[in-house]
Ligand binder design. Structure first.
Ligand code: 5FU
Length: 255
């Protein structure tokens, strides 16, 4: 039997986790949609359609061809309407001073709108320190990339173990991991990409598992991209993945 999201909320101090658990319970959804579209109108249309069924929206802001601040304002309107967190999948990977600038400055000003972002542990603890300066006071949270879903990923074994230690040293800001399974006994969140009900891989080495397989491995939030935004009817698919993820969670919490 796994602890329910509500039971686990008490173990965290970071406010973004409290907000996330609240949304998951209110919407009966552990689904994050990876909205990898390149035009802002298409992206906003997708978010408005799937918004009722997701707990988190994941962005790659640097793939947008027509980004502007107006897009952020409209995204925040949809966030308020549909009640979800925004996760910018930026995968920071530089020294602390540089990532702080990349997080807070430039065109995107990620820390001003993304509730959650992520980073590779590769550069060492300084990357967390830099991002923390840009995000902690704003109530943001960080995921560390403990594993990746792509074939041949080097984020395995002792690398993954070092990533877990880094998270343990920074529990105020690091809320969890991107990983395919529960990598640590500590109460860190696990966000899992590479989830599909219909496909096992793509032509670039992406590897998929089902929502049930991900949840049974200890995932808390399943991330689905092309399985939803690539479908003819995105609402039908969003509901299908939301229901599959929630059924797997309910079954795991009763076992
Ligand atoms: F960290 C990771 C990872 O290990 N695998 C991923 O696929 C992130 N991702 C992201 O999840 C990737 O950048 C896409 O945005 C998304 C998966 O999209 P898909 O269309 O469901 O394959």
């Amino acid at each position: 039997m796994v602890d329910t999201y509500t039971e686990r909320a008490a173990h965290y101090t970071n406010s973004v986790v409290q907000r996330l658990f609240g949304i998951i319970q209110r919407k009966n959804s552990n689904l994050c949609v990876a909205a990898d579209l390149t035009r802002k109108t298409a992206l906003l249309t997708l978010v408005d359609a799937v918004g009722p069924y997701i707990c988190v929206l994941k962005t790659h802001i640097d793939i947008l061809e027509d980004f502007d601040q107006e897009f952020i304002r409209r995204l925040q309107e949809l966030q308020a309407r549909h009640d979800f967190l925004i996760f910018e999948d930026r995968k920071f990977a530089d020294i602390g001073n540089t990532v702080k600038l990349q997080y807070t400055s430039g065109i995107y000003k990620i820390s001003s709108w993304a509730d959650i972002t992520n980073a590779h542990p590769l550069p060492g603890d300084g990357i967390v320190a830099g991002l923390k300066e840009g995000g902690l006071e704003k109530g943001r949270g960080l995921l560390l990339l403990a594993e990746m879903s792509s074939e041949g990923s080097m984020a395995t074994g002792s690398y993954t173990e070092s990533c877990i230690s880094m998270a343990q040293r920074n529990k105020d800001f690091v809320i969890g991991f991107v990983a395919g399974r529960k990598v640590s006994d500590d109460d860190f969140l696990v966000f899992t990409p590479g989830v599909s009900l219909d496909t096992s891989r793509d032509s670039f080495g992406q590897q998929y598992r089902t929502p049930q397989q991900a949840i049974d491995s200890g995932s808390d939030v399943i991330i689905v991209g092309r399985g939803i935004y690539g479908a003819e009817d995105v609402v039908v698919e969003a509901k299908r993945y939301r229901d599959a993820g929630w059924a797997a969670y309910l079954a795991a919490s009763l076992e």
